[in-house]
Design a protein around this ligand. Structure first.
Ligand SMILES: Cc1ncc(COP(=O)(O)O)c(C=O)c1O
Length: 385
């Protein structure tokens, strides 16, 4: 049986896969089971910030796995506190809860907001989020995300989530009432096809939250850690959230999520929340290596530079809309040809991501070179034909 046949027989069919089986990678390149090379502009969906098999991540994971992989959170472990300290130093004064994915990080943020509402806002519990947003697949995260196709099959959904159009601060203001406890947004909507916050939007929402005693939760699961050309996307807007969630790129491919909350929002007490695996020594050591390399190699600035280069190169593909921030770019076709385009690129040795029938998302490793951007552009130009 082929790998695809085995997958059909033994795996729950929760999504469709492209007809390729990857077996190894190196930097921005991945290889299939026949040894064929691909340039990877998807990076495990914005995960592999340092590409594949980065020597510092390989060394950190090997060293830590030989020492201590997991202990649970019944005990202290050094890598976890060191990683928390580093994340706080890089972002804003806060404390960190570690988990294993973006959905779990958002679940923590939602629970935190509800407890904060119970404690400080007379039981307010409603969270306003954006139509079309994506916050993960747990029941609360899928309800917070404003996409019916992901939530409707699982009704009844948890109550207390209100959706308003993205980039419309007035809609948030109009939807706010005495039950509202928080606003939860992606600074750049990722999963739906890279829709950046409009200039001034996050600032106005921040001010609204301050004036009305609401928490601002920013989901930086996809935008965080250099992807947009700043350490965190909210830094472009000159604001700070009360709660920020991270995952994806943090562990260099090793699963880890994080929820950071400032002093005002940090209302968890012992027993409120937890995770068996969350922040285990292996994942935290991998994440520490990722942060160290991003800083040492100036990858935040590099991502900004390569993002501009990539954005400029996408202009001649005949797309109707090229949009994005840093190394988070997308373009849109007038006709529904994103999926055949994705397949044509794959056949030509380039991995891109069709987020729907008409748009393509590119979220390459932050280490991508200008030559690799040019090579990708060349393949895409040919695939268009
Ligand atoms: C903004 C955002 N939040 C949350 C998630 C969910 O993360 P995970 O798949 O790790 O649960 C994603 C995943 O695409 C995301 O893009």
């Amino acid at each position: 049986m082929t790998t695809a046949e085995l997958a059909e027989r033994y795996l729950m069919q929760v999504g469709r896969r492209l007809p390729v089986t990857f077996v190894r990678g190196n930097g921005c390149l991945v290889y299939d089971e026949n040894g064929r090379e691909y340039l990877d502009l998807v990076a495990g969906i914005a995960v592999n910030l340092l590409g594949h098999a980065h020597p510092d991540v390989v060394e950190a994971v090997s060293r830590q796995s030989a020492a201590l992989i997991h202990t649970s959170n019944l005990y202290f472990t050094q890598p976890q506190v060191e990683l928390a300290r580093r994340l706080v130093e890089l972002s804003f004064p806060s404390r960190v809860f570690f988990c294993n994915s973006g959905a779990e990080a958002n679940e923590a943020a939602i629970k935190l907001a509800r407890k904060w509402g119970a404690k400080h806002r007379d039981g307010a519990f409603e969270i306003i989020s954006a139509t079309g947003s994506f916050h993960g697949r747990t029941l609360a995260a899928v309800t917070a995300g404003g996409q019916h196709k992901y939530s409707d099959p699982f009704k009844p959904l948890p109550e207390g989530f209100i959706h308003v159009p993205f980039n419309d601060a007035a809609a948030i203001e109009a939807a706010t009432n005495e039950k509202t406890v928080a606003v939860m947004l992606e600074p750049v909507m990722g999963e739906i096809g890279i829709i950046p916050a409009a200039p001034g939007y996050l600032k106005r929402v921040r001010e609204w939250c301050d004036r009305n005693n609401l928490l601002l939760i920013l989901d930086e699961v996809q935008t965080g850690l250099g992807r947009t050309g700043r350490w965190f996307a909210h830094q472009h807007a000159g604001i700070t959230p009360d709660v920020m969630t991270l995952a994806k790129g943090l562990g260099g491919g090793v699963p880890i999520g994080a929820c950071l909350a400032n002093e005002r929002a940090d209302v968890f007490e012992p027993g409120d929340h937890g995770s068996t695996f969350g922040g285990n020594p292996l994942a935290c050591t991998a994440a520490a290596a990722v942060l160290r390399v991003i800083e040492r190699d100036g990858l935040v600035g590099h991502a900004a530079e390569m993002g501009e280069h990539l954005h400029a190169s996408l202009q001649d593909l005949g797309a109707t809309d090229v949009r994005g921030v840093g190394l988070m770019q997308a373009f849109q076709f007038e006709e529904p040809k994103a999926k055949p385009f994705q397949l044509a690129c794959l056949e030509a040795g380039l991995v891109v991501n069709a987020v729907d029938d008409s748009s393509i998302r590119l979220v390459p490793p932050l280490i991508i070179s200008a030559e690799q951007v040019d090579r990708a552009h060349e393949v895409m130009r040919n695939a268009i034909k």
